[in-house]
Design a protein around this ligand. Structure first.
Ligand code: NAG
Ligand code: NAG
Ligand code: NAG
Length: 424
C-alpha cells in the first residue's frame, strides 16, 4: 500500500500545518490551509499555542493489558469544556490505517501509530476539536478528547503475537477502548448531558464499531450520537477486478483477533471480514449516526479503487495525485465508484435518525481541519459548511441527508493535490 505525501498547490500563504496520518505506516505531511485569493501578507487566523493540548497516558492501562502494539500505554489529549459546554463531551478517535501483517505491525512499533513513546506530547485541536467559536460554532466549548490510535486494528484487536526471535506484538485495541472509556467516565463523561463519539478514517471505523457501546455507557437521559468521517470503506472491486480492500481487511481481522469485537448478529451469518466493512456495521447501529464522506475520497481512490498493486504501469498515478489530471475514462471510473458508494447508502438514506453528507471533493476526512470543517473558504453544500450541516443534525434543527452533485460541479470544493505518492 502506498503512503501518499500531499500538499495543496497554490500560494504559500501557510496559516498552519496539520498532521494527517494514512494507512500502514504513518506519514506526517504539512498541509497549507487553503485560502482562496488571500495573499501571503494577510495575518494568520489561528493562534497556534492556544490550540495545543497535552498528551495523557492512561493510568493503569499496562496492568490491564491495554497496550499499544509495542506494549507501551495508550494515550489521549483532553481539553476541558467551559461555559454552557461544561457538561458535554466530544470524543474524536484518531485515524491512521491498519496493519495487516507481522512486519507491517512491527514497523508501527517504531512510530506513533504503534507506540506512545513516539506520540507528540502536544497535539493541535482544530476543526471539530477547536475551542474557538468562529471555527467550531456548535461544539467549541465542550469537553474534548482526541484518542490516540496505536493498535493498528481500529480499537478492536483481541490477541497477541510472539515468535522465537522474541518479536512481540500486542493486539489490544478492544482493551484500549475499554480503559480509555473507564478513565473518561471517571473524569465526568459518566454524567454527560450531551455527547458525541466521532472519528476519522480508521478512527471512523472504530467509531462505528463502538458507537452502540458508547451509548450504553452513558446515562439514558443523555443525548448521545456518533459521527463517522471518511470511514465508508467500500468492499469494491479495484481497477484490475481484484478485491484488494477485502483481502486487507481479511488479514487485519485474522491477525488481530477482531471477530470478538464485531456485531454478534453479523458474525453469526457472515464472515468476520464482511462484518468489519462499514456498510454492514451501519445497518445494525441503533444509536443516531451521521456519516460524512466524499464520493471521491482520495484514500479510497488510491487504495481501494486503484491500488499500486493493480496499476503496474502507473496509468493512474497522475490522476491519483490530482483529480484534475484524470482522463475521461478515469473520471468515468470515479463516477462509478461514487455510484457504488451511494448504492451502499440507499437504506441508510431512509433511516429515521441518521444524517448524511456526501461531498464531491477530492479529500479524505473533513471534520478536523479548519479548512474543510468551518471557515469562510470551506466547501459548502446548499450554502452550509460541514460544521453547520452537522450541527443542524445533532441539535435537530433540520433533517440533513445531502448528496452533492457529481465532480466537478461544486466550485467551493477543497481538492487535495499530492506532490508525490510513495509505494512501500
Ligand atoms: C490504578 O491503580 C492504583 C493502584 O493499583 C489504584 O489505587 C487506582 O485506583 C487505579 N486507578 C484507576 C483509574 O483505575
Ligand atoms: C528468526 O531470526 C532468524 C535469523 O535472523 C531468521 O532466519 C528466522 O526466520 C527468524 N524466525 C522467525 C520466526 O521470524
Ligand atoms: C450563504 O451563506 C452566507 C453566510 O452563511 C450568507 O451571507 C449568504 O447570503 C448565503 N447565500 C445564499 C445564496 O443563500
Amino acid at each position: 500500500m502506498a503512503f501518499p505525501h500531499y500538499r495543496r498547490l497554490g500560494k504559500k500563504s501557510a496559516l498552519t500545518a496539520v498532521a494527517f496520518a494514512i494507512f500502514t505506516l504513518f506519514v506526517i505531511t504539512s498541509l497549507d490551509l487553503w485560502r482562496k485569493g488571500v495573499d501571503s501578507s494577510s495575518k494568520p487566523l489561528i493562534d497556534y499555542d492556544s490550540h495545543l493540548v497535552d498528551l495523557t497516558l492512561v493510568r493503569n492501562a499496562t496492568d490491564r493489558g491495554a497496550v499499544c502494539l509495542d506494549g507501551t500505554p495508550p494515550g489521549y489529549h483532553f481539553q476541558k469544556g467551559f461555559g454552557s459546554g461544561l457538561n458535554n463531551w466530544l470524543l474524536h478517535i484518531e485515524g491512521g490505517g491498519w496493519c495487516n501483517s507481522v512486519p507491517s505491525c512491527y514497523a508501527r512499533t517504531r512510530s506513533k501509530h504503534g507506540s506512545s513513546n513516539f506520540m507528540e506530547h502536544k497535539d493541535s485541536f482544530y476543526g471539530i476539536l477547536s475551542h474557538e467559536q468562529s471555527q467550531n460554532p456548535d461544539f467549541y466549548n465542550w469537553n474534548k478528547v482526541k484518542i490516540r490510535y496505536c493498535d493498528g486494528g481500529s480499537f478492536s484487536g483481541n490477541s497477541k503475537y510472539e515468535d522465537q526471535n522474541e518479536t512481540k506484538l500486542f493486539f489490544r485495541g478492544q482493551l484500549i477502548w475499554e480503559v480509555i472509556m473507564d478513565e473518561l467516565l471517571s473524569m465526568g463523561l459518566a454524567n454527560a448531558g450531551q455527547a458525541l463519539l466521532s472519528g476519522c478514517s480508521a478512527g471512523g471505523l472504530a467509531t462505528l464499531i463502538h458507537c452502540d457501546d458508547f451509548r450504553a455507557l452513558l446515562p439514558k437521559v443523555a443525548t448521545v450520537k456518533c459521527l463517522a468521517d471518511g470511514a465508508l470503506f467500500l468492499d469494491e472491486e479495484d481497477i484490475s477486478g481484484r478485491r484488494t480492500m477485502r483481502s486487507v481487511y481479511h488479514d487485519v481481522v485474522n491477525l488481530q483477533g477482531i471477530e470478538k469485537s464485531l456485531q454478534r448478529d453479523c458474525v453469526s451469518h457472515l464472515k468476520p471480514t464482511q462484518c468489519f466493512f462499514p456498510e454492514k456495521i451501519v445497518e445494525n447501529i441503533n444509536t443516531a449516526l451521521f456519516l460524512v464522506n466524499s464520493a471521491y475520497d482520495f484514500w479510497q481512490i488510491q487504495h481501494v479503487l486503484a491500488p499500486d498493486t493493480s496499476d503496474p504501469h502507473n496509468a493512474w498515478l497522475k490522476c491519483k495525485m490530482d483529480i484534475r489530471a484524470c482522463s475521461s475514462n478515469q473520471i468515468e471510473r470515479l463516477q462509478g465508484f461514487r455510484t457504488s458508494l451511494l448504492k451502499t447508502l440507499s437504506s441508510f438514506q431512509h433511516s429515521k435518525d441518521g444524517g448524511l453528507l456526501i461531498t464531491s471533493c477530492y479529500i479524505h476526512c473533513q471534520t478536523w481541519m479548519t479548512s474543510t470543517w468551518h471557515s469562510s473558504n470551506s466547501p459548502r453544500i446548499n450554502n452550509k459548511t460541514i460544521a453547520e450541516a452537522f450541527g443542524d443534525w445533532y441539535f435537530n434543527r433540520r433533517e440533513v441527508k445531502e448528496i452533492d452533485c457529481p465532480y466537478p460541479c461544486n466550485p467551493t470544493c477543497f481538492n487535495m493535490v499530492f506532490s508525490e505518492l510513495h509505494g512501500d
